[in-house]
Design a protein around this ligand. Sequence first.
Ligand SMILES: Nc1ncnc2c1ncn2[C@@H]1O[C@H](COP(=O)(O)OP(=O)(O)OP(=O)(O)O)[C@@H](O)[C@H]1O
Ligand SMILES: [Mg+2]
Length: 299
Amino acid sequence: MTILDIKNASKSFGDLQTVCDVSLDLAEGERVALLGHNGAGKTTLMRMALGLTPVTSGRIRVLGAPPGSRKARAAIGFLPESVAFHGALTGREQLHHFARLKSIKTGVADDLLERVGLTAAMHRKIRTYSKGMRQRIGLAQALLGPPRLALLDEPTSGLDPISRHEFYDIVDDLAKNGTAVLLSSHALTELETRTDRIAIMSKGRLLANDSLSALRTTARLPIKIDVRATADTAARLAKNLGGQRINGCTVSLEVQQEEKVSLLGRITGLGELVKDIDVTPASLEALYRHYSVPDQEEK
Ligand SMILES: Nc1ncnc2c1ncn2[C@@H]1O[C@H](COP(=O)(O)OP(=O)(O)OP(=O)(O)O)[C@@H](O)[C@H]1O
Ligand SMILES: [Mg+2]
């Protein structure tokens, strides 16, 4: 079932077109990462889905309803880019306040505080919270409901590595229960394994929108194979396989997907000469560069 349906959406602020003809949809339980440089239009796209700013042209529907309608608003949990709270309230008071606004039982809010790891600090005033703790309160309020659609704008900024990991566990749970999750991020490495689809925006346009493996196939970026020998045998190995010798005893090769298996066969056929093999597909960072600067790639 389609939860978020964006069709040819554009947004202009005066002469400046910040979102250009973007079509993107999210099904129930899908986790989609929205990537793009600063000013690419990610936040604007989310704000349009929220009904905070109207589309200039095109159409957006949330559960079939227009953005900003009662049905759409009730379905969405939103974590804004910069979260601002009432510093004089405790974390618990703030979340209870949000829960009451959404007519949700306050007990649910307490469970969420635990889920985001704030139980110990929930009676402290928010003004004493660290950046990451404020981010967690923001996340907890976005999860109240739970929402059918979670729009999370740079949700992991300010979170330490363990907290980021825990955050993606929460996203996984949400998605398993059917929530569609659209999250923007500049932290590419953590997204590789934690999202179903990658959408890349540049200068307002959506330049890619597919699973990581499909993006890899289309981009045809080489796969790196590092073969380790010993200092004595590396020269023979390099002669046999071609490729570049690095660090004295490693030979580095680059191949396309369709050549990978046969090359690996040749390498393992070298028997004792080979001590270890590392196979590294194109990273999301390399793919991001490939898709977000197409002009450069074509030169
Ligand atoms: N209210 C506004 N009035 C005028 N221009 C705006 C407005 N809101 C956004 N813009 C412009 O729209 C463009 C896209 O901004 P947006 O905030 O959507 O980018 P972003 O992809 O979220 O960037 P970042 O990664 O820095 O958060 C920018 O050029 C920005 O200056
Ligand atoms: Mg933004």
